[in-house]
Design a protein around this ligand. Structure first.
Ligand code: THU
Length: 148
């Protein structure tokens, strides 16, 4: 599956930057724009808890704030704190496929075509699941509903 492994490795390369001192669930994402640029994101937690932002939204907000609004794929990886040293050396499998939360799915829906945008949930570079956004967020509400 061309391109998936590269994007997963891009995400894995950033998981050590995740700031997750409360959950110890370290997440990283690599978002590919339609013109081939990569935007990385990590989850950033907060002592007040609710300001926490997920890795996926970090990646999207970085890209959109740079003027990029067209995307074709995102790879998401996660590691527990105890897994981090191993994953910095070689991608090691974690128990769960890191599925995006509902809020992040809705942010994807704002900028991506649900039929074609590809979401890659990776336990390692060679153990991953691939979905379209439509599969993860069926019957979704999007910007076209508000256009007059
Ligand atoms: N988290 C993400 O970064 N992405 C997801 O899709 C699910 C959850 C983060 C938020 C929080 O820092 C930690 O994982 C535990 O929920």
């Amino acid at each position: 599956m061309p391109g998936y492994t590269d994007l997963i490795c891009q995400a894995l390369s950033k998981v050590q930057d995740s700031y997750a001192p409360y959950s110890h669930y370290h997440v990283a994402a690599a978002l590919r724009s339609s013109d081939g640029r990569i935007f990385h994101g990590i989850n950033i937690e907060n002592a007040a808890y609710t300001p926490t932002v997920c890795a996926e939204r970090t990646a999207f907000f970085k890209a959109v704030s740079e003027g990029v609004r067209s995307f074709d794929a995102i790879a998401i990886v996660a590691a527990a704190k105890s897994d981090l040293p191993a994953r910095m050396q070689a991608p090691a499998a974690v128990p769960c496929y890191p599925t995006p939360c509902g809020v992040c799915r809705q942010v994807m829906r704002e900028f991506c075509d649900p039929d074609t945008f590809t979401v890659i949930l990776a336990r390692s570079a060679d153990d991953f699941k691939v979905y379209t956004l439509k599969e993860l967020l069926p019957e979704s509400f999007g910007p076209e509903f508000l256009q007059t």
